[in-house]
Design a protein around this ligand. Structure first.
Ligand code: C2E
Ligand code: C2E
Ligand code: C2E
Length: 89
């Protein structure tokens, strides 16, 4: 196992996401809302998403998964720890 511990989860900060302008974060906000609805998980401040979902979002944003991860970290939507989740792609 890695000395840094297990691969961290991709955890979206939903409160931060809601503060961002729609031009930037609209697609991600709709994606997260869809996952919340599929799970019936409406009350969270955060949402854990699948690694596969970050790949899909990267296609939507026309970026590589690591580029999108950097952008989401810069927005404050993902924790910097998320970099390690994407390294394993
Ligand atoms: P599904 O993929 O057939 O998963 C059925 C159930 O298996 C899920 O019900 C959940 O209880 C469990 N499950 C599947 N994968 C995981 C996992 O990685 N971690 C955990 N903790 N549980 C897992 P649930 O949550 O009610 O979701 C219903 C359906 O909604 C899922 O059916 C899937 O089609 C969709 N869904 C929910 N969350 C996500 C997501 O984060 N990404 C994607 N792509 N689809 C999701
Ligand atoms: P964790 O994964 O570190 O999550 C810590 C807390 O963040 C959770 O506390 C919950 O308040 C919030 N959280 C994380 N992801 C989500 C999300 O997708 N939706 C919502 N609504 N909240 C989220 P909680 O619920 O008391 O869970 C404590 C710990 O129990 C979790 O720590 C995890 O280790 C485990 N756990 C809870 N649910 C699941 C699950 O579906 N699958 C797995 N494998 N572990 C779970
Ligand atoms: P988690 O529940 O701790 O699951 C960690 C990893 O175990 C998942 O990473 C996935 O690779 C595997 N896994 C867990 N349950 C299942 C399952 O039922 N079927 C399959 N095929 N694999 C499973 P992944 O996919 O990157 O998901 C990361 C986290 O996102 C999960 O952590 C969970 O917190 C959340 N999540 C993903 N899908 C669902 C879902 O359908 N429903 C719910 N409630 N949470 C989900």
């Amino acid at each position: 196992p890695s000395p840094l511990g297990p691969t961290p989860k991709l955890v979206i900060d939903l409160e931060r996401l809601a503060q961002l302008p729609k031009e930037k974060a609209g697609a991600l906000a709709r994606y997260a809302a869809t996952i919340q609805s599929q799970r019936g998980d409406y009350n969270g401040k955060v949402l854990s998403i699948r690694q596969e979902d970050l790949r899909s979002l990267a296609v939507i944003y026309d970026k590589s998964p690591s580029e999108l991860t950097e952008e989401l970290i810069s927005w404050g939507v993902l924790d910097p720890e998320a970099r390690r989740a994407v390294e394993s792609f």
